[in-house]
Write a protein that binds this ligand. Structure first.
Ligand SMILES: NC(=O)c1ccc[n+]([C@@H]2O[C@H](COP(=O)([O-])OP(=O)(O)OC[C@H]3O[C@@H](n4cnc5c(N)ncnc54)[C@H](OP(=O)(O)O)[C@@H]3O)[C@@H](O)[C@H]2O)c1
Length: 258
């Protein structure tokens, strides 16, 4: 992929707030035009207007639920109609759910799988053939630092195991596409202070331990600007200190013998 990014087009999902919005700003700061997606249009439009004004790029907001195939198709269609092509995809839309497994609502599984795994994979499938034809493209998947732990963290196993699957998929995709000029990078963020982790302030007595989005933005800027013949396959940016100073979810388990 050319390292000249000015005027290229990126789709960023989950761009109305949190990590996705921060990464939309990172891409915009490199001169990349954007199509941004999230379910709720008003905050998305507000973010899009703010980014366009600050970075002097074109930013098109599209209401999109990544669990719905037709919404993903529309997102790609808007990008192609408006800008002619998709050069970069930043897959970030995600939801969290922390429960002890036996107490986790059954509806959660489908929502997590459709948002955090299938939403990513389907959107990649919708842009990948054009990227192969144009012989360049960059796919950035926001995975999770929880995939670095084996076994995955308790009270977080459905979310984390889907992210493990996403991480495995991303690596496999790179090997399949490396000779087509397409980069695939997984970002593994630590516990980051966003709405997704809204209760963080209740579980730390030391807010300086909470990570902001800056290091994730730096990682994505690095991934997008390395020389064309290099691909950063995975970048982990993890909290220097354990972020929680109180239990995240008290884990209830009695010894089977008792
Ligand atoms: N925060 C962390 O500690 C952390 C750590 C590791 C990995 N991550 C990952 O980073 C990503 C972003 O997390 P965040 O902390 O920035 O979350 P956030 O602040 O809650 O933002 C989530 C974004 O995704 C959008 N979204 C949620 N469900 C969607 C759907 N079905 N379709 C389209 N958009 C949807 C939201 O907008 P709408 O609600 O309007 O749709 C919002 O823009 C997620 O994939 C998460 O797993 C986060």
């Amino acid at each position: 992929m050319s390292t000249e990014l000015k005027g290229k087009t990126a789709i960023v999902t989950g761009a109305s707030r949190g990590i996705g919005k921060a990464l939309a700003c990172t891409a915009a700061s490199l001169g990349i035009n954007l199509v941004v997606g999230a379910r709720n249009f008003d905050p998305l439009k507000e973010a899009a207007d703010e980014i366009a004004k600050q970075f002097k790029v074109k930013v098109e907001p599209v209401a999109c639920d990544v669990t719905k195939l037709e919404d993903l198709e529309n997102l790609v269609k808007v990008a192609k109609d408006k800008f002619g092509k998709v050069d970069i995809l930043i897959n970030c839309a995600g939801v969290s759910s922390q429960y002890q497994f036996n107490e986790q609502p059954i509806e959660d599984f489908e929502k997590l799988a459709h948002t955090n795994y299938l939403g990513y994979v389907r959107l990649i499938r919708l842009v990948i053939n054009d990227m192969m034809k144009q012989k360049y493209g960059a796919i950035i998947n926001i995975v999770s630092g929880s995939t670095l732990v084996d076994p995955v963290p308790r009270s977080f196993i459905v979310y984390s195991s889907l992210k493990v699957g996403l991480r495995a998929f991303s690596k496999g995709l790179f090997w399949e596409l490396r000779d087509h000029g397409i980069k695939v990078t997984s970002i593994l963020p630590g516990v980051t202070d966003t709405d997704l982790t809204g209760k963080l302030k209740n579980i730390t007595s030391d807010t300086s331990r909470l990570m902001g989005t800056q290091a994730i933005e730096d990682a994505v800027r690095f991934a997008l600007t390395v020389p064309a013949n290099v691909c950063p396959l995975e970048i982990s940016v993890i909290n220097q200190q354990t972020p929680w100073t109180a239990p995240v979810i008290p884990f209830k388990q009695s010894h089977p013998g008792k």
